[in-house]
Ligand binder design. Structure first.
Ligand code: GLY
Length: 320
């Protein structure tokens, strides 16, 4: 997503919370049961979340719906942090990471994949068609070719131009903030009440070749326990991995915390180790089995999409 349009959309979204039921923010200690299919995704990915919502309303399962949301952003060349049109690494290579997890606890992931647009779907294929959980690099690409995924160069002219400009100084600053990073993480609850999720990213712009963040690491970028709920992360993957953030949130919900309380604690867990050094963004989004949502970020600017009852809306999130 272009930086300017992203900021504008979030600013508009800032007026939306009053439209949303209180339970959307997970501030009630009680856990109201919210009926019907639910789709939530990180950031203001309106079309992506609408695609998931539509799939759920048609009766598709939660995993298919979550992947259909990821695919919208994977195909969106204006989104410079997911899929086609993603920002390359410092060597000019666009490498993608993705993972999926279903309501049975099955999961699949692909890491540092080139020339494949639909990496969340590829992660599902790893889960369903191989004896493995993770495939990386050339092996993952070979697997995609064996399944007839088209070979698509991912570096667009616009991203190449930006990379060439970056190379003049080539300052390697592994700092992720709200303006350059917007991984899509999706959580869906289907008509049967089952929860699944998907996560897809091109990772940190101008990263070292081979760098992997959180988005393909089950438990970090995504975790689902169908008895409890699910969580996804976006932002500085290194910090999410260090605290296994999504798993932490689901475990905290299992122990009785609301999704909001669990997200708050997961953000605090990062900040306790980073006193005075938090010039990066991390945000979490969680959904419990009853349909309650929690979300929290370190810095301003994070929002998420929420679909329920045929209403798809953007919710601005207050930082911790
Ligand atoms: N959150 C995505 C990454 O750090 O790669």
């Amino acid at each position: 997503m272009k930086r300017r349009s992203f900021i504008t959309k979030v600013a508009i979204a800032g007026s939306l919370p009053s439209l949303a039921p209180k339970s959307l923010f997970g501030q009630d200690k009680s856990t109201p049961v919210i009926d019907g299919p639910i789709a939530v995704c990180t950031w203001n990915f309106k079309d992506a979340n609408a695609a998931a919502g539509k799939a759920l309303m048609k009766g598709e399962d939660a995993l298919s719906a979550a992947i259909s949301a990821a695919e919208v952003e994977e195909e969106n060349i204006d989104n410079s942090t997911v899929g086609l049109g993603g920002t390359p690494d410092r060597d000019g290579r666009v490498t993608l990471d993705a993972c999926v997890m279903d309501h049975n606890g099955n999961c699949g992931a692909v890491l540092a994949v080139e020339n494949v647009v639909h990496v969340a779907a590829l992660a599902q294929d790893v889960m369903e068609k191989t004896p493995h959980v993770m495939l990386a690099g050339h092996g993952a690409e070979q697997f995609a070719r064996s399944l007839n995924y088209p070979s698509t160069p991912l570096l667009t002219a616009e991203r190449k131009k930006a990379w060439e400009k970056w190379k003049h100084e080539a300052r390697y600053q592994p700092i992720i903030n709200i303006e350059n990073h917007d991984t899509i993480g999706v959580l869906c609850r289907d008509k049967a009440g089952n929860i699944s999720g998907a996560c897809s990213t091109s990772g940190l712009g101008y990263k070292m070749n081979g760098r992997i963040g959180d988005s393909s690491i089950i438990g970090s970028g995504l975790f689902i326990d169908n008895q409890v709920g699910g969580a996804v992360a976006t932002g500085m993957g290194e910090e999410v991995v260090k605290t296994v953030g999504s798993f932490l949130i689901v475990e905290l919900m299992r122990q009785g915390k609301t999704p909001q309380e669990a997200c708050d604690e997961a953000i605090k867990r990062i900040l306790r180790k980073q006193v005075g050094k938090s010039n990066f963004q991390v945000a979490y989004l969680a959904l419990d089995k009853q349909g309650n949502i929690g979300a929290r970020s370190i810095h301003e600017g994070f929002s998420y999409m929420h679909f329920n009852n045929n209403i798809n809306q953007n919710i601005n999130v207050q930082p911790i």
